[in-house]
Design a protein around this ligand. Structure first.
Ligand SMILES: Cc1cc2nc3c(=O)[nH]c(=O)nc-3n(C[C@H](O)[C@H](O)[C@H](O)COP(=O)(O)O)c2cc1C
Length: 187
């Protein structure tokens, strides 16, 4: 009877251990910057498919509504190496394992707000999964992200045409996001 009890206790112990390990899921943050909602809609789809927490990166100052005015302000920021002030910080970023970072391609580069964001945290040991929406010249921002966060693992970037997202915000990102998540092993 005693042996039976010990056997039962051992089985219960290993079962509990197994469930505990399975419960150690990766904690996911989806941080994105988006001026005209294309990147936001990709972020929302990533949220639907991963269940991660969403964080919108927003600048304190707003950009001009007209396109020419916007381009002029952004060009000046780029020339000045500006780091526009952001409205809020992620206050528990250390609790996340995987950080999705979304942005629109601006001058085939990161928007200035992304420089501010990436320079505001030490993401040592974290996994960064970048995603980008773009027009006809997406550029390659991976090297910049790696330079700003040298001790993070930076996964392959998902690049989606902004026009495709704009035409069908709900459906266009579904399959590309699903394929990409499987490819980078975050699903
Ligand atoms: C200031 C500015 C610069 C841009 N530069 C580029 C570029 O260099 N290459 C590109 O493919 N698209 C460029 N675009 C287009 C955006 O990347 C594209 O429309 C994106 O989907 C917008 O995302 P959002 O709606 O999340 O802001 C630019 C847009 C703006 C406003």
């Amino acid at each position: 009877m005693k042996k039976l009890f010990i056997l039962f206790a051992a089985v219960a112990f290993f079962f509990a251990l197994g469930t505990g390990l399975e419960a150690q899921e990766k904690k996911i943050l989806i941080a994105y910057y988006s001026l005209t909602n294309n990147t936001k809609n990709v972020a929302l789809e990533i949220q639907r498919q991963t269940g991660g927490d969403l964080f919108q990166i927003e600048t304190v100052a707003t950009y001009p509504d007209d396109y020419e005015g916007l381009l002029q302000v952004v060009e000046k920021e780029r020339n000045d190496n500006a780091r526009p002030e952001l409205k809020a910080k992620v206050d528990n970023i250390e609790s996340y394992d995987v950080i999705f970072i979304g942005y629109p391609a601006w001058f085939s580069d990161l928007p200035p707000a992304l420089y501010t964001f990436l320079e505001s945290y030490d993401l040592t040991g974290k996994t960064i999964a970048p995603f980008c929406t773009h027009g006809t010249a997406p550029g390659d921002q991976d090297a910049t992200i790696k330079r700003l966060q040298p001790n993070a693992t930076v996964l392959e970037t998902l690049k989606i045409s902004g026009n495709t997202v704009k035409e069908d915000p709900e459906n266009a990102p579904k399959q590309p996001v699903s394929d990409w998540l499987s490819k980078i092993g975050v699903k």
